[in-house]
Design a protein around this ligand. Structure first.
Ligand SMILES: Cc1cc2nc3c(=O)[nH]c(=O)nc-3n(C[C@H](O)[C@H](O)[C@H](O)COP(=O)(O)OP(=O)(O)OC[C@H]3O[C@@H](n4cnc5c(N)ncnc54)[C@H](O)[C@@H]3O)c2cc1C
Length: 472
């Protein structure tokens, strides 16, 4: 059983650390971006170095006090929001945001966990390199949080997710020991892979304090287009066509539905829409090409071949970098428009590419059996990752449908699972999907996860109740 981070514990800890390291809990440390629940905590630690993080964790380990690691607070599955149990200590990495070193010749950057994703991108850009992880939350989300959640985003198709971009980590383990794993190696087969265990562990196995990350060359020219497709199945055929023409140079391939455009028109009318009449389905395609290739020509060739094959009905290719940014803003504002409408239930699922179209065809009618809804299905189609979100009909509030939420979620998740999919593609498990992990997770994998958790964190202090149910 854990103890609360009470006044006596906080005062002792504060006395052992530099002034101002332990502070009061501001509301921002307890807020869920989707406003579903509020968290609680006894205090906040804001250390400035890995040594101070180690001191904090060692004290929590000794006193059996829970710790909730906190990055930018943009996580969508309540991993950073603990809303029950003994008051934990929030440990924020916001004061550890230094770029420790940049190695352009190695295509590597070493950064502290509290740097925002946008700051990591800027550090790469300053030496003529690209850090390709890209999320709508990148101005606030921190790289430690991105790694702890194994974030995905728009460019996974070409460059992989956060895990694929991580070469090494520095981390504090649940007993306060420091793991110095900041290697810059592409090959390192020296036993169990602690880096891959910590990436995606959502703060349950330790605190990531720094990371060495892979960089990529900046493409000489980028191009972006919206293409109207007759169906999600046609969109996937268009992806295959684009990849056949351009190889691995397609960076992003995003699906957008008519409902997403309608929500934008309603809640964010200042967003300029690309087509006079909103199409049922369209894709946003991003390509990044080497010197000598023209992205507009390349996209025009994809459009022509797609139109000839009946896969594209209409399209518009960005004519400038400003227009590219405008196209992307439209896609990246869909989650905000969704938030303003208010989803009854949001789902971050992934499917084998061959199952995506069938899922979309079947899920709508299946959900109609539960009631009348508006469905906004969008996402990173190239990765088989759909954000399949269910909303009330116009004039209704989501609160009217509280009783339907569980049935909607079960239906969507059962259907994704039956097709070989995942009930958490890129957001993680947090506290929101603990039941889902227990229901859909492989029993042998779950048993191994529990064994790892109790071996590394025998008192269960690290992010109690996230990913795995807290021991009673
Ligand atoms: C508008 C919007 C768009 C988004 N788009 C995407 C998207 O396209 N793709 C995607 O994958 N996600 C997306 N997200 C979700 C979110 O931004 C990511 O999950 C992000 O990686 C979380 O980073 P953070 O720093 O905000 O972490 P937090 O929210 O602070 O924490 C998330 C989890 O990581 C743990 N954690 C944080 N820092 C550390 C650390 N240093 N060491 C150990 N554990 C830690 C926390 O305890 C918690 O469990 C989006 C969110 C919003 C609000």
């Amino acid at each position: 059983m854990l103890n609360p981070a009470d006044t006596a514990f906080l005062e002792t800890l504060a006395a052992a650390l530099p002034d101002g390291t332990i502070g009061a809990v501001e509301p921002r440390y307890l807020a869920d971006p989707r406003g579903r629940v509020g968290g609680h905590a006894g205090g906040v630690a804001r250390p400035r170095s890995v040594a101070e993080v180690s001191q904090v964790i060692a004290a929590c380990h000794a006193a059996r006090v829970g710790v909730v690691p906190f990055g930018g607070g943009t996580g969508l599955v309540l991993g950073q929001v603990m809303d029950g149990g003994p008051m934990p200590l929030v440990l924020s990495l916001e004061r550890m945001r230094a770029v420790r070193s940049v190695h352009p010749s190695e295509n590597v950057v070493v950064v502290e966990a509290g740097a925002t994703l946008a700051e990591v991108q800027a550090a790469a850009d300053s030496v003529g390199r690209l850090f390709p992880l890209s999320l709508a939350s990148q101005g606030t989300a921190r790289i430690g949080g991105n790694l702890a959640t194994n974030a995905g985003g728009a460019n996974v198709l070409r460059y992989g997710n956060a895990r694929d971009l991580c070469l090494g980590l520095e981390a504090v383990l649940p007993d306060g020991s420091i793991w110095h794993g900041l290697k810059r190696l592409r090959k390192d087969n020296t036993g169990y892979d602690l880096r891959n265990l910590l990436v995606g562990s959502e703060g349950t196995l330790g605190v990531i304090t720094a990371a060495s990350l892979k960089l990529a060359p900046i493409p000489a020219a980028m191009g972006t287009a919206f293409m109207v497709v007759p169906s999600p199945a046609a969109a996937l055929e268009l992806l295959a066509l684009a990849q056949a023409q351009l190889g691995g140079l397609v960076s992003a391939f995003e699906l957008i539905a008519k409902m997403g455009l309608a929500f934008l028109a309603e809640k964010m009318p200042e967003q300029r829409q690309p087509f006079a009449e909103a199409p049922d389905w369209m894709v946003l395609i991003d390509v990044g090409l080497p010197d000598g290739l023209d992205p507009q020509q390349a996209l025009a060739a994809v459009f022509e071949a797609g139109a000839e094959a009946g896969l594209v009905l209409d399209g518009v290719i960005a004519q400038s970098q400003a227009q590219r940014a405008e196209f992307w803003a439209l896609r990246e504002n869909i989650p905000e428009a969704n938030r303003r409408i208010g989803a009854i239930s949001s789902h971050d699922i992934s499917l084998p590419l061959g199952e995506v179209a069938g899922f979309i065809t079947d899920a709508g009618p299946a959900l109609a059996g539960l009631g009348d809804w508006r469905i906004n299905c969008f996402g990173h189609l190239g990765d088989g990752n759909l954000h399949y979100n269910v909303f009330p009909m116009p004039g209704e509030a989501r609160a009217q449908h509280e009783n339907s939420r569980a049935a909607i979620k079960t239906l969507v998740h059962d259907m994704a699972h039956a097709r070989g999919g995942s009930v958490s593609a890129e957001h993680g498990i947090g506290r929101l999907k603990v039941d889902d992990l227990e229901k859909y997770g492989d029993p042998a994998k779950l048993a191994a996860m529990r064994a790892i958790k109790s071996a590394l964190d025998p008192h269960g202090i690290m992010n109690p109740g996230a990913v795995l149910r807290a021991a009673r």
